[in-house]
Design a protein around this ligand. Structure first.
Ligand code: B12
Ligand code: SF4
Length: 478
C-alpha cells in the first residue's frame, strides 16, 4: 500500500495535510534505486519548519520508496493534500513532470523547490512546469511558510525567492535563510522510513557492526569547484553567504537523538563535515560529555588542505579518538594543472600529507573521490591521476571512488562547454527536458553513461571509461 510510505504516520488520521512534499524519484541514472539512499534533508527541513509554524506537512519519499506514478496517484487521491511540493534536480525533470500532471489532474496547487528550481526558476516555471503555482529559488523553509500563508489567504504576495507565474523575469533573488540553530530537530523516526542502515565494516582489523544514520547539519560549502553545482545553488556569484554551520549544541542534539533512535554510527553527509579542527574538537568534547566516547562511530567529508595545513598532530589524534572511522576527501585529480583548472584549491602535496597524517594518527579508513575526463583532459593527465592513486594507496589510502566527468547545469564546466563545445551538451541523455521523454522511455533507458564516441576530454568517452575501470581494478587488486 503506497499510503504506508507517508510520514509522519499520524498525518493519515489528522485529515488533509497543508502540503505533501514528494521526493521525486531519480530512476534514470541508475535504473535501480539502491536501498541505502540518503533521506531528502531539504524536504525534512521544510517539513519541520512548517510544522513549527502550525501547518500540517506530510512527506512522501517516492525515491527511497521506489514508487511508481500510479502509486503516487493513489496517495494524492487518498490524502487530498492542500498543496504538493516537489524537488527535481537536472536529472529527473520528466519524473517530476509526471507528478505535476497528476497534481494538475487532482487540482492540487504545486510548489517547486530544490536544484532545478534554484538554478533556472523561469525555465522551471514557464516551460517545464507551467501548471505550477510557484517555484522557490534557494532555501525553502521560510519561502514555503509564505506560500502556505498565501494559499490559506487566497492571495499571491511578493517575497524574496518566491516566484509565482507572473513574477518579473529579471528577478534573481534567493529566498531568505532560516537560522539552522532555530530549526526544530528532525526526528527521523517520525519522518523517514527505515532511517537506520545496518552493516559490518572492518575497523582496525575487526569487524564492527554499525547501525548508521545519516545527518546533514550544515548548509552549502565555502569552496568553488568548477564541476560542482553548489556554488550556483548557494548564490555565490550573486553575493550571498555560501556556507552556514549551526552551533555545536545543535549538532550534538541531533547526534543524541540519533543514538536514542538506536544508531551507534553517524554519517555526516554535509558537503563539508568540518572546515577547521575547532569543529571536530568541539564535537569530540560533546561526545565525551554525552558519555558516548568509545560507543559512537562517525564519518564525514572534508578537504585535504584542511587536514594537511590546519590540523596539528594533536588535533588529528582527537579526531581519531572522537570515533571517526572514515574521512573522505574530494581529490579529483593527481595532475596539478587539472587541480588548478577545476579550482580545487588543493595540491597533490597536501593530499599526500593528509592521507599519511590521517593514517598515522589511527583513522581506520581514508577514502578519496576522483574524476577522470574533465573537458580537454588528456590521457596523460588521467595516467598521472592513476599513478597518484597507487602512490596514495602506499601511503595508506583505503578506499576510492572514481567517476567519469559528466557536465551538470549550474556548474562552471557547463558554461565552459556551452561556449567551447556546445554540441556535446545535446548528447547528454541523463539531462532530459520537458516533454521529451515519458514513463516508457524512462523504464527502458537504464544506461545514462556518456556515448562511447562523445569527446569532452581530449580522448573519447570510451577511453576515459576504460581508464576509470583499469584504475579501480588496479587499486582493488582485481
Ligand atoms: C544527498 C545527495 C544525493 C543522494 C540523494 C538522496 C535523495 N534522493 O534524496 C544521492 C546519493 C542518491 C544522489 C545522487 C545523485 N546526485 Co546528488 N546530491 C546530494 C547532495 C550531496 C545533498 C542533498 C541534500 O540533502 N542537501 C541538503 C539540503 C538541506 O539542502 P537542499 O537539498 O538544497 O534543500 C534546500 C533547498 O534546495 C530547498 N528545497 C529542496 N527541496 C525543496 C522542495 C520544495 C518544495 C521547496 C519549496 C524547497 C526545496 O530548501 C531546502 C532547505 O533549505 C547534493 C548536494 C547538496 N549540497 O545539496 C547533491 C546533488 C543534488 N546531486 C547531484 C547529482 C549530479 C547527483 C547524481 C546525478 C550524481 C551521479 N552522477 O550519479 C545522482 C542522481 C541520482 C539518480 N538516481 O539519478 C547534483 C545536482 C546537480 C544538478 N544540476 O542537478 C548536486 C547538487 C551535487 C552538486 N553539488 O553538484 N545525490
Ligand atoms: S565539490 Fe565539494 S568542495 Fe567543491 S564546491 Fe562542491 S561541495 Fe564544495
Amino acid at each position: 500500500m503506497s499510503i504506508e510510505h507517508i510520514r509522519p504516520r499520524e498525518i493519515i488520521n489528522l485529515g488533509q495535510p497543508d502540503t505533501l512534499l514528494i521526493n521525486v524519484p531519480a530512476t534514470f541514472q541508475q535504473g535501480i534505486i539502491p536501498d541505502d539512499e540518503e533521506p531528502p534533508f531539504g524536504m525534512l527541513r521544510i517539513a519541520v519548519a512548517s510544522e513549527e509554524y502550525g501547518y500540517k506537512p506530510a512527506l512522501l519519499d517516492a525515491h527511497r520508496g521506489k514508487l511508481t506514478p500510479s502509486e503516487i496517484d493513489d496517495v494524492l487521491y487518498g490524502l487530498k493534500p492542500k498543496s504538493v511540493g516537489i524537488n527535481p534536480t537536472s536529472v529527473n525533470v520528466p519524473e517530476a513532470q509526471e507528478i505535476a500532471e497528476l497534481c494538475a489532474h487532482h487540482g492540487i496547487p504545486l510548489i517547486l523547490g530544490g536544484v532545478h528550481a534554484t538554478l533556472d526558476p523561469f525555465t522551471a516555471l514557464k516551460e517545464d512546469f507551467p501548471m505550477a503555482l510557484a517555484v522557490v529559488k534557494g532555501k525553502g523553509e521560510k519561502a514555503i511558510l509564505h506560500i502556505l500563508d498565501d494559499i490559506k489567504n487566497g492571495q499571491r504576495t511578493e517575497k524574496r525567492g518566491v516566484y509565482y507565474q507572473n513574477a518579473e523575469t529579471s528577478r534573481r533573488d534567493f529566498a531568505d535563510y532560516y537560522p539552522l540553530d532555530e530549526l526544530p530537530l528532525i526526528d527521523q523516526s517520525r519522518w523517514v522510513e527505515n532511517p537506520l542502515i545496518g552493516g559490518t565494516v572492518g575497523i582496525n582489523g575487526q569487524n564492527v557492526e554499525l547501525i548508521e544514520i545519516s545527518l546533514y547539519e550544515t548548509a552549502g560549502c565555502p569552496f568553488q569547484c568548477t564541476y560542482c553545482a553548489t556554488p550556483a545553488l548557494v548564490g555565490r556569484n550573486d553575493g550571498y553567504k555560501t556556507y552556514y554551520r549551526p552551533n555545536m549544541d545543535r549538532i550534538l542534539a541531533s547526534t543524541k537523538l540519533a543514538v536514542e533512535l538506536g544508531a551507534n554510527a553517524i554519517h555526516f553527509i554535509d558537503d563539508m563535515a568540518f572546515v577547521n579542527p575547532g569543529h571536530f574538537r568541539k564535537f569530540a568534547d560533546g561526545v565525551e560529555k554525552l558519555k558516548l566516547q568509545n560507543q559512537l562511530y562517525w564519518r564525514g567529508m572534508t578537504r585535504a588542505s584542511i587536514i594537511a595545513d590546519k590540523c596539528s598532530d594533536e588535533d588529528l589524534s582527537i579526531l581519531a579518538q572522537s570515533g571517526c572511522w572514515r574521512i573522505a576527501m574530494g581529490v579529483e585529480s593527481g595532475d596539478e594543472q587539472i587541480l588548478r583548472r577545476i579550482k580545487k584549491g588543493i595540491t597533490t602535496h597536501q593530499v599526500r600529507e593528509a592521507v599519511s597524517k590521517l593514517r598515522a594518527v589511527g583513522i581506520p579508513q581514508v577514502k578519496a573521490f576522483f574524476i577522470m575526463g574533465f573537458p580537454e583532459e588528456t590521457l596523460e593527465q588521467m595516467e598521472t591521476t592513476r599513478k597518484f592513486i597507487m602512490e596514495l594507496k602506499q601511503l595508506g589510502l583505503t578506499d576510492i571512488s572514481i567517476f567519469q566527468f559528466k557536465p551538470y547545469p549550474g556548474t562552471e564546466e557547463w558554461q565552459h562547454l556551452q561556449q567551447t563545445n556546445p554540441e556535446v551538451l545535446e548528447n547528454l541523455y541523463y539531462i532530459r527536458h520537458g516533454g521529451s521523454t515519458n514513463i516508457v522511455n524512462r523504464k527502458i533507458a537504464k544506461d545514462a553513461s556518456l556515448p562511447d564516441d562523445l569527446k569532452i576530454a581530449a580522448v573519447p568517452s570510451k577511453i576515459v571509461r576504460e581508464m576509470v575501470v583499469k584504475t579501480l581494478e588496479e587499486f582493488y587488486g582485481h
